[in-house]
Ligand binder design. Structure first.
Ligand SMILES: C[S@@+](CC[C@H](N)C(=O)[O-])C[C@H]1O[C@@H](n2cnc3c(N)ncnc32)[C@H](O)[C@@H]1O
Length: 227
């Protein structure tokens, strides 16, 4: 077991836990699921963290699977350097790349991947499909992706109640005005429903999504690249 990573949490990390129901468990659960998948269970598996942000999934991956060879990518320099600062000396063993997933020129290179709260910010105008296709392309056949995102509510009748509950969750978490860094989480999200997500992931080269997590409208899925 690796030594726990210390380091100050950034403003993003302090606020995101009060904003996203279940956030504190997402990275831990996602890593545990991937670690039990056929390919990523192998010692020294290659794992991609797509949209690593300030490093929540990386911290968990290093704690649970110090043997994994981790690649962290994010197009934002601010996020990447916050993650590197948070990981401290543990950051040196990772491969870092300032890039979108779509721009990666890699094929069948990873045994598993995690993408938490990234897809939701992309419009469904071909951008979501391009992102998911790039993730499928990067994975080896049979490789799994843990995908966590804001979804469109399954029951429109409950939409208002879910929205009110979310505000109540934030108030109870004593969340103050969202920071600028949280802009992508709070505004301009493009959630899709399960049927649309299924069509998108199938077109990208994955099998049907298996839901493994839900907290209000935040849902986590396990996807496997078709062979
Ligand atoms: C809301 S943050 C989530 C960060 C982290 N996964 C978490 O759960 O805290 C979304 C991150 O995705 C990154 N991102 C946006 N578009 C991306 C893309 N096309 N490929 C990879 N990362 C992307 C953003 O820069 C941002 O750091």
């Amino acid at each position: 077991m690796a030594a726990p990573i210390s380091g100050e949490l950034s403003g993003y990390d302090q606020v995101v836990q009060g904003l996203i129901p279940g956030y504190a468990s997402l990275a831990r659960l996602g890593v545990a699921l991937l670690a039990a998948s056929p390919l990523a269970a192998q010692a020294g598996a290659e794992v991609l963290v797509a949209g690593c942000g300030t490093g929540a999934e990386l911290v968990e991956a290093l704690a649970q699977r110090p043997d994994w060879r981790l690649s962290a990518i994010d197009p934002s320099e601010v996020m990447l350097s916050a993650a590197q600062q948070r990981l401290g000396t543990a950051a040196t063993g990772l491969t870092w790349q300032q890039s979108t997933v779509e721009a990666l020129e890699l094929e069948a290179s990873f045994d598993g991947a995690l993408s938490v709260l990234v897809l939701q910010a992309l419009p469904d105008d071909g951008s979501k499909l391009a992102f998911l296709s790039a993730l499928a392309r990067c994975l080896r056949p049979g490789g799994q992706l843990v995908l966590v995102d804001l979804m469109r509510p399954a029951l429109p009748l409950l939409e208002e109640q879910m929205a009110e509950a979310w505000l109540g969750f934030q108030r109870a978490s004593q969340l103050e005005a969202p920071l600028e860094l949280l802009e992508p989480l709070t505004h301009g999200a493009h959630p899709v429903g399960l049927a649309r997500l299924t069509a998108l992931v199938n077109a990208a080269g994955f099998g049907d999504p298996a839901r493994v997590f839900q907290a209000l409208d935040y849902e986590g899925f396990l996807l496997q690249r078709s062979s």
